[in-house]
Design a protein around this ligand. Sequence first.
Ligand SMILES: Cc1cc2nc3c(=O)[nH]c(=O)nc-3n(C[C@H](O)[C@H](O)[C@H](O)COP(=O)(O)OP(=O)(O)OC[C@H]3O[C@@H](n4cnc5c(N)ncnc54)[C@H](O)[C@@H]3O)c2cc1C
Ligand SMILES: *[C@@H]1O[C@H](CO)[C@@H](O)[C@H](O)[C@H]1NC(C)=O
Ligand SMILES: *[C@@H]1O[C@H](CO)[C@@H](O)[C@H](O)[C@H]1NC(C)=O
Ligand SMILES: *[C@@H]1O[C@H](CO)[C@@H](O)[C@H](O)[C@H]1NC(C)=O
Ligand SMILES: *[C@@H]1O[C@H](CO)[C@@H](O)[C@H](O)[C@H]1NC(C)=O
Ligand SMILES: *[C@@H]1O[C@H](CO)[C@@H](O)[C@H](O)[C@H]1NC(C)=O
Ligand SMILES: *[C@@H]1O[C@H](CO)[C@@H](O)[C@H](O)[C@H]1NC(C)=O
Length: 545
Amino acid sequence: MRFLQAGPLTAALSAVAGVASASVFQNHTYDYIVVGGGPAGIISAEKFAQAGKKVLLLERGVGPTVATGANETLVWNDELTAIDLPGMSANVGALDVWNEYMCTDTEGMAACVLGGGVTVNYMVFVHPPARDFDDKWPQGWKWKDVEPAADRLYSRNPGTLLPSADGKRYDQVLYNVLSKFFSGLGWKSVDMSAQPDEKTKVYSYPAWNVQDQKRAGPVRTYLPEALKLDNFQLALGTKVLRLIRSGSKVTGVEVQNAAGRTEVITLANHGRVVLAAGALSTPRVLWNSGIGHKAQIETAQKSGVSVPPQAEWIDLPVGVGVKDHPIFPIAFSANSSFGLVDYEGVLNGSDTRDISLYGKNSGVLTQGKHRMIFFTSEEIDGHTQYFQGSCAPTAEGVVTITSYLTHGLTSSGVLGLDTTGKTIFEQSPYLQTASDRKAARKFVQNMVDEITAPSTGFELQTNTNVSAILKAQTSGNHYTTTAKMGTDDGRYNNGTSVVDTNAKVYGVDNLFIVDGSIHPDLPTGNIQTTIMVVAEAAAAKILHC
Ligand SMILES: Cc1cc2nc3c(=O)[nH]c(=O)nc-3n(C[C@H](O)[C@H](O)[C@H](O)COP(=O)(O)OP(=O)(O)OC[C@H]3O[C@@H](n4cnc5c(N)ncnc54)[C@H](O)[C@@H]3O)c2cc1C
Ligand SMILES: *[C@@H]1O[C@H](CO)[C@@H](O)[C@H](O)[C@H]1NC(C)=O
Ligand SMILES: *[C@@H]1O[C@H](CO)[C@@H](O)[C@H](O)[C@H]1NC(C)=O
Ligand SMILES: *[C@@H]1O[C@H](CO)[C@@H](O)[C@H](O)[C@H]1NC(C)=O
Ligand SMILES: *[C@@H]1O[C@H](CO)[C@@H](O)[C@H](O)[C@H]1NC(C)=O
Ligand SMILES: *[C@@H]1O[C@H](CO)[C@@H](O)[C@H](O)[C@H]1NC(C)=O
Ligand SMILES: *[C@@H]1O[C@H](CO)[C@@H](O)[C@H](O)[C@H]1NC(C)=O
């Protein structure tokens, strides 16, 4: 029995695998209970199971693929959902399942579905450069230390710049226009996966998290291997409310099971809990368990959670230091003819040209949303600040560059909780420092100057000057650093760290965190690849400590 679920939610699953009543948990004790089936949770749970441990992976959401119970398949292919189809990823927010899959109790966007953000995201897959780790990660987490973990990930889930089986690239007008523009500025063409360290004045075909012409990620590349093992169980529709502790030892987890009932799942005597609920939700599990600053634990109590007695609270800076990449959207008409995929026609089956090509594992539907990704850097106030631009058509003849301030940014905020149990920003993580504001303005000004040079034929749209573009800043959805890893134990002397370099929570014997929460810094590009690399590396550390 590897899938566990109960109650009405699980109807879809009973056809897939044996389903037992909720109390099935009561007949087991687990070596590892992993909380959250996003990329970090699936990868780490699979590693623990491969090492022979008895593992339970708890995920609050449903499964997004046919193999994990989804039944909303395409009208023209009953093995695939719209989520699986790379060509639909640009329009994922318009799918019926979007509201079902997105969390409603987090500040900012996060997905509450098996696979986490990787199930709904835009699939940009940026292999991190060495410096992302070498700059601010602690000893034991420099690139030379994590590179073997990256190699393990890339051997199973490498991403691709050329997903179409016929070896052709489709819909290349925009790429051609932009590559001419950037090469005219003296920028260089690179392969962003093969040359990850080249991040200044470079552009690339986009690397997408696509494999076998489908959305890839741990739901497809790790979970099936775990499900083959008798010592691994996945429970969907099961939300962890809090940890049960006896002093410094976690003894079990309290969940709301798929039937809506509350129950406690017990840990083996030497068992461990590993949190992977995402950077915006792992803090809530900690606060609900009496771990964090007093104010948030008291708020958790007001939200109706039975937090432990105050004598057992562990004062750690949970939520302090939250970071994200701010986005500045730059839209312009490119004096050329390109458009969008006919999303409705793909869903209703009328776009027979693209659908029949996809039947041959080829065509535009094997590709993601973007047509070019570029990177650059600037020296700002004595440090190097990196930038990314993700370029996609957003209307007929119009391109939007989703431009991000990335590695090197110096701002952070504070994540907290409200009395409904929702996580909120007590302080925004965006543009808090003068050097970040300076960096953003300098980059946007440069881009605007180049785009509006008379020779280009380009014309800004929507936000037509630098101030308007800066004002249109949005979230990057690449949240980190809400339970920071480091050697300065957050319980003492104004220490800033919540987990040690084995990813173990300070002051708790058997509690670990493997998701974006522990990253001490932001990467140079979109974060999902780094999330997966770190989970691979953390699982190995946890197994050996
Ligand atoms: C709309 C969007 C677009 C994005 N686009 C890109 C992109 O193109 N490229 C890129 O690299 N990154 C992108 N990202 C970011 C990337 O997807 C995330 O950084 C990544 O998924 C984080 O992984 P995680 O494992 O740390 O947490 P998450 O992905 O958040 O996974 C956490 C999991 O835990 C589950 N969970 C939460 N609380 C509980 C609980 N109490 N009990 C049980 N289960 C729980 C959730 O349901 C979820 O499955 C995007 C994110 C979003 C939201
Ligand atoms: C738990 O084990 C007992 C004894 O083996 C058995 O009778 C019971 O049916 C089991 N419960 C579940 C839910 O599997
Ligand atoms: C599809 O699954 C949902 C639950 O995820 C269920 O409510 C619905 O009845 C299912 N539909 C079919 C046709 O099986
Ligand atoms: C299918 O989508 C196309 C848009 O591409 C639309 O013109 C057509 O009316 C739709 N057909 C049906 C049956 O909904
Ligand atoms: C815009 O496109 C038209 C038609 O292709 C072309 O004649 C014109 O020169 C272009 N303008 C610029 C400024 O490149
Ligand atoms: C910038 O654009 C906004 C609207 O897009 C406009 O309100 C504002 O006046 C413009 N500012 C300048 C300096 O042109
Ligand atoms: C901790 O920070 C406070 C406030 O900034 C300061 O007064 C105090 O001296 C610091 N304590 C230590 C041990 O550094």
